[in-house]
Design a protein around this ligand. Structure first.
Ligand code: 3H9
Length: 690
């Protein structure tokens, strides 16, 4: 087969030039691939025996986009725009033959082809928005010309991968191929185009799908409104919208200029840098240096969950959702029935929203078997204990499990802070014990902390990672330390937030600063949501903490209509003068010195100690890499993805500046700000940890 370059071949079959790209893993548009396309297409155009051309890929997918690893590097090889021009202006019809995913720059290449054919399992999308970008190779101008402004807006701001049959309906795909028959069907299609004398369709010239929306400002205003909440703080969705506006209102070439200008703004900004970092961090987090790829995995075909409370119920749903039967244990029939009815209600709510069918509700419920005796856990492959945080109770349960569970079963605790090694020591099989820390609500939250004990076997860690993937969680492997990675860092923010209140900042000042930074809510709104009385005891409460005083005043949080805030019947919060009074009195009794505190100071006080704690975690080896910490915080605690997580953000601020701030804070405010030795080392030796 004639080779064009190391990733491209060209073969003429039945007068069709078949240009095949083979650049694993995802045929991204690296310099090599662009060169292959460039030289392949020009050779095919020059070859007189060729009547038409198809572009097809080997491996798991069609071109999945620009090569993100090349971003920010000096350009090499032919530019994508030159390649696209050559394709679009080819005197011979060119067909994109799509399997897997045609994404980003990949779809943009396909949009410069004259026709597109896809197998039923293929998907198309412009997911650049998820990397803080917009399609920068003409996609923002061509997609609306094919599918109309409304659909283009949805695709570009959500980044969704649209199934081939829907693409066919939209006109994005012209022809379907048989599954596994892509090349031969594409060749037949190309020959048909030639024999029927079909035109060389240039998407750039089409305007029937967009002309009706020219000057339709309301369309864009409505759309902006509809995604406002979901996209708060992100720049890319708005820039994508502006590009579609340009596509509708301006000639193609002028629209391209708008696209280029906005693309460069995003590309050189910190948001996209953060989002691209998170993209790779998410793919790295499951790679555990000392666990080989061929580590034997334990099969997990059945699960036992101890506790049918909020956590246990949510955890069980994860497994039932993917068809794995769950045995759920509660102490009494009454509590079990209550837990099961909450699970059912959750599923029914999802069905009411149209996300699953009523049959699926029944199928999933049928997979959940409630039992009141722990003895029922004698045959399951994975057991997850999800009772409340009490070491003695957990130890007792694990001792029992050791005697009941089958040999080789994984014994997991959902503890959010307790010592997994201590729990494991209660059993005669500590190698099978691990922490699986789900986040509430466990059926919704993406993050899973996999807590690796000193004796946990590699096979148990690898199997936990595999099951996490199956139930669609983003898992980070962390070490045993109080609070692990997530809650350990959270404790820093909580401590400072509480202290700031007694220095003059009001709860809403602190919440607003963190909300404006990009968190979905601040710590006090969060406490109100969780309930201030969690862990509070009416009998022993003695007004020692602000929380005591608020609870004593009946301010238990959202559920009682008031906590740090007051809530209306729709749970909308507003600051409350009574709370201000309570804080004032509480402060006076303790001779607190109140002062004005700026938003900037609030952020530094709350965020810099978190960064410092991240360094301590790395120093102690409790997280494998800095980016794992950022995965925990962006997926489990609402750290805005466009700020990259605490470790990325620290670098953005400058670790040297964070260190200097901590050194001053240690002198002025106390030892809790003492900088981590590792942070000092990273700054002194300019080590890149990201
Ligand atoms: C763009 O196109 C900009 C243009 O508009 C403008 C240009 C001027 N580049 O996810 P996986 C790697 S922006 C480089 O585990 P899956 C990935 O890191 C781009 N590398 O597989 C991983 O490496 P490793 C728009 C990439 O089967 C390996 O491939 N496109 C790229 O679960 C496997 O990835 C996108 O945003 C890339 N573009 O999912 C699509 N993509 O094995 C981004 C992947 O070393 N990609 N890698 O860890 C995806 O969404 C998924 O990778 C995909 C496959 C769905 C394709």
């Amino acid at each position: 087969m004639p080779t064009i370059n190391e990733v491209t071949t060209l073969e003429v079959k039945e007068e069709v030039a078949v240009i095949t790209l083979n650049s694993p893993p995802v045929n991204a548009l690296s310099a090599n691939v662009r060169e292959g396309l460039n030289n392949g297409v020009s050779a095919a155009i020059e070859d007189n025996s060729v009547k038409s051309i198809i572009i097809i890929c080997e491996g798991r997918t069609f071109i999945a986009g620009a090569d993100i690893t090349e971003f920010g590097q000096a350009p090499k090889g032919p530019s994508l725009y030159d390649v696209q021009d050559m394709i679009e202006n080819s005197p011979k019809p060119i067909v994109a033959a799509i399997h897997g995913t045609a994404l980003g720059g990949g779809l943009e290449v396909a949009l410069t082809c004259h026709y597109r054919i896809a197998v039923p399992s293929a998907k198309c999308g412009l997911p650049e928005v998820n990397l803080g970008l917009l399609p920068g190779a003409g996609g923002t101008q061509r997609l609306p010309r094919i599918v109309g402004a409304q659909k283009a807006l949805v695709m570009m701001t959500s980044g969704e991968h649209v199934p081939a049959n829907q693409c066919l309906e939209m006109g994005l795909v012209d022809e379907m191929a048989g599954e596994g028959e892509l090349e031969s069907d594409a060749i037949n299609f190309a020959n048909k185009i030639v024999s029927e004398g079909r035109p060389l369709v240039k998407v750039r010239d089409a305007d029937d799908k967009i002309k009706g929306d020219k000057g339709n400002d309301a369309l864009f205003a409505e759309f902006r409104k509809s995604i406002l909440r979901k996209t708060r703080g992100f720049l890319a969705p708005e820039y994508n919208i502006q590009c579609v506006e340009a596509a509708v209102n301006l000639p193609f070439e002028e629209g391209l200029k708008v696209e280029q200008d906005l693309f460069m703004k995003l590309m050189t900004g910190s948001q996209s840098a953060a989002q691209r970092y998170i993209f790779f961090a998410q793919r790295q987090v499951t790679k555990i240096p000392d666990i080989e790829k061929d580590t034997p995995l334990k099969e997990i075909n059945s699960v036992g969950v101890i506790g049918a409370g909020t956590m246990g119920g949510g955890i069980s749903m994860n497994f039932a959702n993917v068809g794995i039967p769950v045995t759920i244990i509660e102490q009494s029939q009454e509590r079990l029935d209550k837990g099961l009815s909450i699970i059912r209600k959750n599923y029914e709510n999802t069905a009411a929203k149209g996300r699953i069918t009523n049959e699926q509700v029944e199928e999933r419920m049928a997979l959940i078997d409630g039992q009141t005796s722990i003895e029922a856990l004698d045959s399951q492959d994975l057991i997850i204990e999800a009772v409340f945080e009490n070491m003695d109770l957990k130890k007792d349960i694990f001792k029992q499990l050791d005697g009941i569970c089958k040999e080789g079963a994984i014994l997991a605790s959902n503890t959010s802070a307790l010592d997994v090694n201590e729990i494991a020591a209660e059993t005669n099989r500590p190698e099978d014990v691990i922490g699986l820390h789900f986040f509430s609500p466990a059926n919704v939250m993406k993050l899973l902390e996999i807590v690796r004990g000193d004796k946990t076997s590699k096979s148990v860690v690898a199997s936990s990672l595999a099951i996490a993937k199956k139930i669609q969680k983003i898992a980070a492997v962390v070490g045993v330390c109080p609070g692990f990675v997530g809650n350990r860092i959270l404790a820093q923010r909580q401590r400072e937030a509480n202290k700031l209140i007694l220095e003059g900042a009001l709860p809403w000042d602190i919440d607003d600063a963190l909300f404006d930074f990009g968190f979905p809510m601040g710590p006090f709104a969060m406490s109100d949501l969780a309930g201030l009385d969690i862990g509070w005891n009416k009998e022993t409460s003695n007004g020692e903490t602000l929380r005591d005083v608020l609870c004593e005043a009946g301010r238990l949080g959202q559920k009682s209509g008031k906590g740090f805030y007051t809530y209306d019947e729709n749970r909308n919060k507003s600051p409350d003068p009574e709370v201000e009074e309570i804080i004032k009195k509480f402060g006076e009794e303790r001779q607190a010195q109140m002062r004005d505190i700026s938003k900037e100071e609030i952020l530094q006080r709350c965020l810099y100690p978190m960064i410092n704690e991240g360094f301590k975690i790395l120093e102690e080896g409790m997280a494998i890499r800095a980016s794992d910490i950022d995965i925990v915080w962006t997926n489990g605690y609402g750290w805005p993805v466009y700020e990259g997580g605490p470790m990325f953000y620290g670098n953005l601020v400058g670790y040297d500046k964070v260190l200097e701030w901590l050194q001053n804070a240690e002198k002025e405010l106390g030892p809790e700000f003492k900088p981590s030795a590792y942070l000092e080392k990273v700054v002194a030796e300019k080590i890149n940890i990201l």
